[in-house]
Write a protein that binds this ligand. Structure first.
Ligand code: MD3
Ligand code: FE
Length: 214
C-alpha cells in the first residue's frame, strides 16, 4: 500500500506550461524539514517585513543560503546579511538543496543550483497578494516551492495582472516547480483559512521557495 501510494504521489500534475505540481514529493522528509526551519529561525527569526509602500506583510519571513529576499521602505532586494541580526543568513541545509534539485530534475530541469531559500510562515488570515517574482538575475532558472503544514489555496495567474488566476490547493508535502513560460506569471496565496491546520504545525503553513537569485 505504502509503495502504491508513493508511486501515485510521484506523478507530476501539469498546472500550466512549465509549472509542475509534485503531490507529496516532500512528505518523507517532513519532520526533518520542520526541525531545520526551527533551527534557521533560532538564528534568523521570522519577521513581518514592510513593503516600499509602507504596508506590513501578513506573512512572516526568514531565509537561508547566500542571501535572502528583503523588503523595506527603500525597496526589494536580495541581501547577503540579515538586516535584523547584521549577520549572514544561516547556511542552506544539504537536505533543502537536494530536495529542491530532485524536484527540479523530476520536472526536467537537470542543473538547478539554488543559492537562496526564502521561508514564508502564514498564520490564520495571512495571505500574499498577486505579484511577479522579478528580483532574480536569470529567469531561465526555475523556482521550486515546498508547502508544509496547514493547507492553503494558491492563486496562479498569467503573464498579465488582469489574467484571472486559477486556484490550487497546496497541501503538506506538496512541491511545485515553476519554470519556462510560467516563471514570470502573477501568483499569490488566498488568506489561510480559519479551519486550516496540520497535526505537525497546527494552524500554520510554511512555504520554502528555492531560487537561483544570482
Ligand atoms: C509562480 N510565495 O515568496 S510559492 C513568494 O506560497 C511567493 O509562499 C508563495 O510567491 C507562497 O514569492 C507562493 C510558489 C511560487 C513561487 C514563485 C513563483 C509560485 C510562483 C514564480 C512564478 C510563478
Ligand atoms: Fe512569489
Amino acid at each position: 500500500m505504502q509503495d502504491l501510494f508513493a508511486d501515485e504521489a510521484r506523478k507530476p500534475v501539469v498546472m500550466a506550461t512549465g509549472a509542475w505540481l509534485l503531490k507529496g514529493f516532500a512528505l518523507m522528509q517532513d519532520r526533518q524539514l520542520l526541525t531545520q526551519i526551527e533551527d534557521i529561525a533560532k538564528r534568523s527569526p521570522f519577521r513581518q517585513q514592510v513593503t516600499p509602500g509602507g504596508h506590513t506583510m501578513s506573512a512572516a519571513m526568514t531565509g537561508c543560503g547566500v542571501a535572502s529576499w528583503v523588503t523595506d521602505r527603500r525597496g526589494y532586494r536580495y541581501d547577503r546579511l540579515d538586516p535584523e541580526t547584521g549577520a549572514p543568513w544561516p547556511e542552506m541545509p544539504d537536505t533543502f538543496r537536494h530536495l529542491a534539485q530532485d524536484a527540479a530534475a523530476a520536472a526536467g530541469f537537470k542543473s538547478f543550483a539554488p543559492d537562496v531559500c526564502l521561508i514564508n510562515r502564514y498564520t490564520t488570515g495571512a495571505r500574499m497578494g498577486l505579484h511577479q517574482d522579478k528580483d532574480e538575475v536569470d529567469f531561465t532558472a526555475p523556482i521550486v516551492s515546498v508547502s508544509l503544514g496547514a493547507e492553503m489555496t494558491f492563486l496562479f495567474g498569467g503573464p498579465q495582472r488582469r489574467d484571472k488566476p486559477t486556484r490550487w490547493l497546496l497541501e503538506h508535502g506538496d512541491v511545485v516547480v515553476w519554470g519556462g513560460q510560467s516563471r514570470l506569471n502573477f501568483h499569490g496565496v488566498a488568506p489561510l483559512g480559519k479551519r486550516a491546520s496540520h497535526p505537525l504545525t497546527g494552524p500554520v503553513r510554511y512555504n520554502l521557495t528555492f531560487r537561483q537569485a544570482f
